[in-house]
Design a protein. Structure first.
Length: 572
């Protein structure tokens, strides 16, 4: 039984080699053919199996191909092809034994059958992760031919960045390549390629996922639905068309769509459009490389060559303002820090750039060294840039334990110095200043302009902390001292800080560990009754720690301690 199969395989390979060598003209209708690579995850730990899918769009009667890929042998060990994942099946495969850092994959159909049209997956290559860091897998060239053995050569080249760590993420951490916690690697569903077209003056690859495709991708009770958008040559934007009903919260169960493109990934909740009244027609989610040439020279210099993304929602072909505080979108993109940035990775963060070109810090934006990605959450679409702000304070030498947190929070716009280049770390932080830090860091919803919230008698309208204190009162975060006063200039005690912090997390919908286990501090008798549950919960969550077995609840919090606390909140 093996001899006829070997003969047939030999014949197919002979035809393939003839096709590659024959001086036949390339087919005009293969001009739209593009190839790309997609990894099943964006980050791995040493020893993991790395699955890389070879994708194609614009196929017209594709009968066979030979693809040449190169990789870093110090980071990856070649394993072979995965079980046949070719989208149309029916192909014979030969993989050339890799030489140095290259591997060749050859696939061809056999007998008198038509080739493949449209878009799909051609092969899944597997490697074992060996090293630590970020490396590239490059698709150097592809030779393709149709059922009449007419060849097309693709030489554009495409690089896929993959990051590796030497240990698994900490318990409860989802990892940047998978920021929404999908525990099972999945190459995902591939949206249907439509065309390359302009969106405004930007060349875009247009893809579509209809209701039937989405339901099939979410089968078997999946909560996370990976949607892998194939690479398209020379585009500056990817557009994914999806029905409104997939994004307005009407689907069964809570789903998260993980939309992966070469520019970055979006983790989009299925209730993203729940606050908009839209007919059930397709909308467009757009992710593009942003043009920063019209920004100020100072902003351009600060951004440099770092990635800048433009995220947008379009309805009926027109970009529409999207903002939904109850449905944040998580964005992650591969990033390789410079040598200077690696010395202070906690200062790598994200700026939001508004329509007027003004910059705003995104407090949750951070670099995850374990996965080699920058991650941030947003409740509105706009331009977002990876940045490395220059911060420095001259008076931190006596509080080196707090320096990383202070500089990170300053870079993210959460905390400021007391004067130019001065932080005054040992000074007690004022109640107004801590409330302002907390509101900035946790990005709690703003107070409504029409809401009838009574002002505290001692917080003057127009003062620097007025909006934050009013916001906190409208949310029920603080009630003041019982006489309609907030005492903004007074130092804040450690136990009051913990009460405000625990309430803030509750308002954000985060669940802290049960406080039923009791307080385990030697000065627990000094803790006020109203603060006990908050201190227990924050201690159990690892957000606050005692000092030599004590919590010192009545002592005031220093500015350095406040920075560390807020940094711990944002680094969980």
């Amino acid at each position: 039984m093996m001899r006829p199969i070997r003969k047939l395989l030999f014949l197919g390979l002979t035809l393939l080699l003839v096709a590659m060598a024959a001086p036949l003209p390339a087919r005009a209708d293969m001009a739209a053919l593009n190839f790309g690579l997609m990894a099943d995850k964006s980050s791995y730990k040493t020893g993991d199996i790395v699955k890389v899918t070879l994708t194609a769009t614009g196929m017209t009667d594709l009968y066979g191909f030979e693809a040449v890929l190169t990789y870093d042998p110090d980071q990856l060990e070649w394993k072979g092809l995965a079980a046949d994942a070719y989208s149309d099946g029916g192909m014979y495969t030969v993989t050339k034994t890799p030489e140095d850092n290259a591997v060749t994959v050859t696939r061809t159909k056999m007998s008198d059958v038509p080739g493949i049209n449209g878009s799909g997956n051609l092969a899944v290559l597997t490697f074992t992760a060996k090293g630590v860091g970020v490396s590239k897998i490059r698709l150097d060239r592809v030779e393709a031919f149709d059922s009449n053995l007419r060849p097309t050569r693709w030489n554009a080249g495409y690089e896929l960045s993959v990051s590796y760590a030497n240990s698994a993420p900490a318990p409860g951490s989802s990892g940047a390549g998978n920021p929404i916690g999908n525990s099972k690697p999945d190459t995902g569903a591939s949206p249907t390629f439509q065309e390359v077209a302009l969106r405004g003056d930007v060349k875009a690859g247009i893809f579509q996922m209809d209701r039937t495709q989405l339901e099939a991708a979410a089968e078997d009770g999946k909560k996370v639905v990976p949607l892998v958008v194939p690479y398209v040559k020379d585009v500056e934007m990817y557009v994914l068309q999806m029905p409104v009903s997939a994004l307005n919260g009407s689907s069964k169960g809570k789903l998260l769509y993980e939309i992966r493109t070469e520019f970055g990934s979006l983790s989009v909740p299925d209730r993203m459009l729940s606050n908009l009244s839209l007919p059930d027609t397709p909308v467009e989610l757009r992710i593009a490389r942003a043009d920063i040439s019209k920004l100020s020279a100072a902003v351009q210099e600060a951004i440099g060559s770092r990635p800048v993304l433009n995220l947008a929602l379009a309805v009926n072909g027109r970009e529409t303002v999207w903002s939904n505080p109850s449905a944040p979108v998580t964005v992650s993109l591969a990033y390789t820090p410079s040598k200077e940035e690696l010395q202070h990775p906690e200062r790598i963060t994200v700026w939001y750039i508004d329509g007027a070109g003004a910059i705003h810090s995104v407090p949750n934006g951070r670099y995850d060294a374990k996965t080699g990605q920058v991650i941030f959450r947003t409740t509105h679409f706009s331009h977002y840039a990876v940045v490395f702000p220059k911060v420095g304070f001259s008076d931190l030498s006596g509080t080196e334990w707090a320096r990383p947190a202070v500089e990170a929070m300053a870079a993210r716009g959460v905390i400021r110095g007391t004067s130019e280049g001065v932080f005054t770390p040992d000074m007690s932080i004022k109640r107004a200043d801590f409330m302002l830090m907390l509101m900035r860091a946790l990005e709690l919803p703003p107070a409504s302009a029409t809401e009838n919230t009574e002002d505290f008698l001692d917080v003057e309208a127009g003062s620097y902390a007025y909006a934050a204190v009013r916001q906190a009162r409208s949310l029920g975060l603080t009630l003041g001292d019982g006489s309609n006063r907030f005492l903004p200039e007074s130092p804040i005690t450690r136990e009051d800080v913990m009460v405000l912090t625990a309430r803030s997390l509750s308002i954000k919908g985060e669940t802290l560990p049960s406080s039923a286990g009791g307080v385990y501090f030697k000065d627990e008798a000094d803790i006020s009754g109203y603060a006990r549950a908050s201190i227990e919960a924050l201690s159990a969550a690892g957000i606050v720690k005692g000092y030599e077995g004590a919590i010192q609840p009545k002592m005031s919090l220093t500015r350095a301690e406040a920075a560390v606390l807020i940094h711990n909140l944002l680094s969980r």
